[in-house]
Design a protein around this ligand. Structure first.
Ligand SMILES: [Zn+2]
Length: 334
């Protein structure tokens, strides 16, 4: 957290209270004790000018470059305004949003960005994002009750954001990117070159790996789940576990031992997250194929608890094992 951000948040709070504001630098001096508790999201600095916002959906990354900020992923429905506001408070206005893929916990906040900013996603996301609009709006509505119970002072503002959003009845166009890329490509944000890689279907058919060489940081979207069962849903997301392994290999190829790696869900780490994701799918693809060949039913297989991944948080285990079973069946030509 830097002084600019502290003073911005202090300024917002005081302005809301109708208090006249001294200059930024003196404000920071006057209020030196403001902490991360002043933001709705938990923000963590992970590399030079790079901060992640934790909670309310997938991990979002804000990267400051020159006089602008680029945000990667927009969280659950209703939380886009808070994300944009707090990312801008890190120092510079947000001018670009990148979506790593179409799932609602990564594009739900898009309406706060698409209204006047550049929003970039893979071309295949365009056909898939409309399937997430209802989910996102419902999720925004459902968040209000929880926010009312929140001890965070900033929750009141988020409730107001959501009420204004729902009043506007957001539709597909509010969630869709303003630009799409058909495969891999580079974009420039401020003085940074941002590399976007699409390695075919993996977690979805529109995954983008976001790599910023100047900061040695990579956001893998939901190609990476750290210490938890991933969400693997070939039936609805265009996912492909063999392709997922190839995408993780690309992540490893891009990284050195110092690269900061942001998973879609779970703690930030390094390239070992991608290595473990490959181990996961390699082992469970094999187990699914064996189970299918041995005559196990889908119901049998989704009830199994693979020993190797017992420590992983397992909310997604039945969905993921079901997806792997379906793939094994298809690969066996049945
Ligand atoms: Zn996802």
């Amino acid at each position: 957290m830097n002084l600019n951000r502290r003073s911005f948040i202090a300024a917002s709070t005081l302005a809301a209270a109708g208090i006249a504001l001294p200059a930024r630098s003196s404000l920071a001096r006057l209020l030196p004790s403001l902490t991360l508790a002043d933001t709705y999201f938990e923000w963590k600095s992970v590399a030079d000018g790079c901060h992640i916002a934790i909670g309310e959906g997938g991990n979002a990354l804000a990267v400051l470059s020159g006089n602008e900020t680029v945000v990667i992923d927009s969280k659950n429905g209703g939380f886009g305004e808070a994300l944009r506001r707090e990312a801008a408070a890190l120092g510079s206005p947000v001018k670009t949003l990148i979506n790593t893929h179409h799932h609602g916990d990564h594009v739900g906040g898009n309406p706060a960005f698409t209204k006047d900013l550049r929003v970039i996603a893979h071309a295949n996301a365009i056909a898939r994002i409309p399937s997430q609009v209802e989910r996102s709006n419902k999720s925004a509505q459902g968040a209000i009750a929880k926010l009312k119970q929140s001890p965070k002072a900033t929750a009141t503002q988020v409730i107001a954001d959501i009420e204004a959003l729902l009043q506007s009845s957001p539709t597909d166009k509010n969630f869709l990117p303003t630009e799409s890329i058909p495969s891999s490509g580079n974009i420039t944000v401020g003085n940074l070159s941002i590399e976007l890689y699409h390695v075919g279907a993996g977690h979805t058919d529109n995954d983008l790996i976001v790599y910023i060489p100047d900061r040695n940081i990579l956001h893998g979207g939901d190609l990476l789940f750290n210490n938890m069962y991933p969400y693997h849903d070939p039936a609805n997301s265009g996912a492909d576990s063999a392709g997922w392994i190839r995408s993780c290999q690309k992540i490893i190829d891009l990284c050195d031992n110092k690269t900061v790696v942001i998973p879609g869900h779970g703690d930030v780490g390094d390239l070992t997250i991608a290595k473990r994701q490959i181990e996961f799918f390699t082992a469970l693809r094999e187990q699914a194929a064996k189970a299918f060949a041995a005559g196990a039913t889908r119901e049998d297989f989704i009830k199994t608890e693979p020993e190797q991944f017992k420590s992983y948080s397992s909310n997604m285990r039945p969905i993921t094992l079901g997806g792997l079973y379906d793939e094994a069946k298809k690969e066996a030509g049945k």
